[in-house]
Ligand binder design. Sequence first.
Ligand code: ATP
Ligand code: MG
Length: 479
Amino acid sequence: MSYKILVVDDEVNMLQLFQKVLTKEGYPVTTVETAEEALRVIGSTLFDLVISDLALPGINGIELFKAIKKDYPHLPFILITAYGTVESAVEAMKLGVYDYICKPFQMDELKMVIKKALHQEELHREVTRLRRQIKGEYKFHNIVGQSQQMFALFELVRRVADSESTILLEGESGTGKELFARAIHYNSSRKNNPFVPVDCSVLPETLLESELFGHVKGAFTGATKAKKGLFQEADGGSVFLDEISNLGPSAQTRLLRVLQEREIKPVGSSEQFKVDVRVIAATNTNLKERIAAGIFREDLYYRIAVVPIYIHPLRERKEDIPLLINHFLEKFCRTNDKKIKKMSNEAMKVLIDYNWPGNVRELENLMERLVLVTDEEAIGLSSLPSEIKVSQEMLMKSPPEGKPLKEVTLQAAKQIEKQAIKSALAKANGNRSLAAQLLGISRGTLYNKMHEYGLLESQGRISRRKFSPKTASLPRTSK
Ligand SMILES: Nc1ncnc2c1ncn2[C@@H]1O[C@H](COP(=O)(O)OP(=O)(O)OP(=O)(O)O)[C@@H](O)[C@H]1O
Ligand SMILES: [Mg+2]
């Protein structure tokens, strides 16, 4: 894990020295010359340590510490003092400053203090995590998880929810990006104002622009009256721009203006309106690749990804699988008025080993199906769909005895093929042309294979929700 350090000093030489030494130690460093600037950047980046000179023009180092402590009580803070001001530094330690260093100092001494401070920060996080574990707090606004990755995200969301920073949620399809977007909104002081989700992948560019920013009468054929955009409807709240990679060039430019100037310009209008909206965006494609391909504006990317949040695929956080299975079993048994079911040990093991290309959504759908189709109280191995069991068997066992080798190989190849198609569809978020491209086959071949493997029906489940401007500002029910 790399720790981010913020250094505040009005002497540019010192800043350069810090930058050089700390970068060499492998720490990403941000340097600023005043406390005012420090307070500005601290709201938008998550630092693990602050090092500040005591004597600064304007707000001094101790006042800066006090201001930071209010919002980030556990962020370690190291003061740099000149010989004559040691007394105030000692006073500052009583207030909670982690340590101080006197100028001139040896770099080794500084490195030691930094290491210790970061270690303390790490311990603090660990203790919080363990406490939560003991209390059984595996839930955060309906988000279930007990893996390191999830705990880190819960912590991050707590820290950034109430800031104004734009957030970019990245992760494969079905990992929970929308769930996190809602958690962020409902953990912020905007929670009593609207949360407006917009799926950028379903409308053609011109329509999407007028949906987002509104239009004036006569802006285009069919615009018989002026219409408010979703950004205006979300005033005071948050707009969730889902699948942001699909925004066309003109919508990208307008969005950039919203983020820079906090103003919107409806389509066809020369007037601008102030809006107060927090933007949360999500993507399951790599935006950096889109930038390299010239499809996505780099300046917009940096405006959006002020706080990038990456949600790991389920196969990389297997500790969450049993927890999620029990959570969904309980949920679907309750909603279907069934006696609570359990997963048998063997079945649980297979499900933990499975690689879940469709992530939590795939697991959720499977649990719903299992609750409906099994009558037994314990769900056994035999109830699991064959593709899950077979892909597992293939990994775990040698080919079944007593069958012609050719048949065994064909069977195995088909399972791998099916798995690859499912992964590609999940990666392409259900877009068949893109999935076909990823697999290096034609769209027609993909269709035929999906038919053969019974994937046409199950893809219906992952296919994206339809956009309806009428319901866009209402909370949506889960998929
Ligand atoms: N950690 C979790 N705990 C509980 N439910 C989860 C979790 N992660 C995802 N889900 C559920 O899985 C489903 C998919 O989640 P969500 O819609 O947020 O995914 P997504 O990343 O937005 O997917 P897509 O890219 O396909 O839009 C939802 O029903 C959501 O409630
Ligand atoms: Mg989504």
